[in-house]
Design a protein around this ligand. Structure first.
Ligand SMILES: Nc1ncnc2c1ncn2[C@@H]1O[C@H](COP(=O)(O)OP(=O)(O)OP(=O)(O)O)[C@@H](O)[C@H]1O
Ligand SMILES: [Mg+2]
Length: 372
């Protein structure tokens, strides 16, 4: 058996004074986020908008560099797109799919985890069957950590994790549990690749599963990428000391910070929707609640979408879009054969939120999973 891993639940006392202090702050922020999200007329608006940032940032850890501009093109037309932008859009589909599955099955099973990873990596390799996967520092070539190697071992540890995740009776705060789950999942490292991205999706799904949020709107990837050095070294420190306190506090702080940022972004979107509603009423004759929500559902739209959402003819939809462009609510662009319409106000809120981590990223060392 792998000496590096411990069976869950851990016997350690995880609820130390320092952890409980941070936990109180984190829980308060997360509960506030849950409440604020409920003020949105349509929570899907939020998921769509924020999820694209999560997909971009999380893929960014894997060094897939793309711009919001490329992403929005990939969202409407997969033919005229860059492979990197497609990766990001696919990551978003994986997140949506995971969310649907957890809602439907009311559990986070091994199969759900496998399906998410499959969607991210576009292959059916599944759980590692061949030995040789290690975590390496890309610059120095040094092996940092060797996860369990045989299929049987991996399955053993995954089953133990699955049981831990789904046992709601176990008496410990779910946010502390989330930290342990993330640590354990990454340490099992069940796949050849995509373990980081799958693990980050799992974090979000766990919050929904435990009903700490109604919808998957808390994205920790930005925090993780901004504190990447600390994130990587805490894995090793925890492993060496077998003391989880620092790791748990690190994760709890991330949830607190991200909740706060998400609350800010919801407030901005809400504010922008109200402003646009007033302007639409003043400047045009086409305002309806459905139209406003359609414009904020994604930051891009097309005639066919407006037609469907508002139950109007294609001609009327095109006329509406013309008015919206003329009055400055949308900008329009032809991509391939299709004309798309962009809500720049929403686009800018989203873009500015996600784009401030490039500097930190270039300074940090890269950790990769390598199969030797
Ligand atoms: N010392 C370590 N012990 C356990 N897990 C680690 C350690 N260092 C890094 N990791 C985890 O491994 C992940 C990278 O694994 P992998 O390359 O399979 O995932 P990815 O999704 O392709 O990459 P990325 O996380 O960089 O986007 C990191 O995100 C981190 O969660
Ligand atoms: Mg990788």
């Amino acid at each position: 058996m792998n000496q590096n891993l411990k069976k869950l639940p851990l016997k350690d006392d995880l609820e130390t004074t320092a952890v409980l202090k941070q936990l109180a702050k984190t829980s308060r922020c997360l509960a506030e986020l849950k409440g604020v999200a409920r003020t949105m007329p349509n929570q899907n608006i939020l998921i769509n908008a924020i999820m694209i940032n999560e997909a971009k940032t999380s893929s960014g850890i894997e060094n897939i560099v793309t711009t919001h501009d490329e992403i929005y093109k990939a969202m409407v037309n997969s033919k005229n797109t860059t492979p990197n932008a497609k990766e990001v859009v696919d990551y978003r589909s994986a997140l949506w799919r995971g969310y649907e599955l957890v809602k439907e099955k009311d559990m986070i099973s091994e199969n759900i985890i496998i399906e998410i990873q499959e969607k991210i990596e576009h292959n059916k390799a599944g759980i590692r069957k061949e030995a040789g996967t290690v975590i390496k520092n890309q610059r120095t070539g040094k092996i940092i950590y060797t996860p369990p190697q045989t299929y049987d071992e991996i399955i053993f540890w995954l089953r133990n994790l699955e049981e831990y995740i789904n046992n709601k009776l176990y008496d410990i705060d779910p946010l502390i549990k989330l930290a342990i789950i993330h640590y354990q999942f990454e340490s099992i490292h069940p796949f050849y690749d995509g373990n980081g991205r799958t693990g980050r999706i799992l974090n979000i799904l766990y919050l929904v599963y435990m009903e700490l949020l109604d919808t998957p709107i808390l994205y920790l990837s930005k925090y993780i990428i901004n504190t990447k050095q600390q994130y990587y070294s805490l894995f090793q420190e925890t492993r060496e000391t077998q003391n989880y306190e620092k790791w748990i506090i690190y994760m709890l702080k991330g949830i607190e910070q991200t909740s706060q940022e998400t609350i800010n972004i919801i407030n901005k979107i809400n504010h922008e929707m109200k402003t646009m509603k007033n302007e639409l009423r003043q400047k045009t004759k086409i305002y309806s609640k459905e139209l406003l929500e359609a414009l904020f559902f994604e930051f891009v739209t097309k005639a066919s979408y407006i037609k469907e959402k508002l139950n109007i003819s294609e001609r009327t939809a095109l006329r509406y879009l013309d008015v919206l462009v003329k009055e400055g609510f949308l900008s329009s662009e032809k991509i391939g054969r299709e004309r798309i319409y962009k809500n720049d106000r929403l686009f800018n809120i989203i873009k500015n939120y996600g784009d401030d981590n490039s500097k930190i990223k270039s300074e940090s060392e890269e950790i990769v999973t390598i199969n030797v």
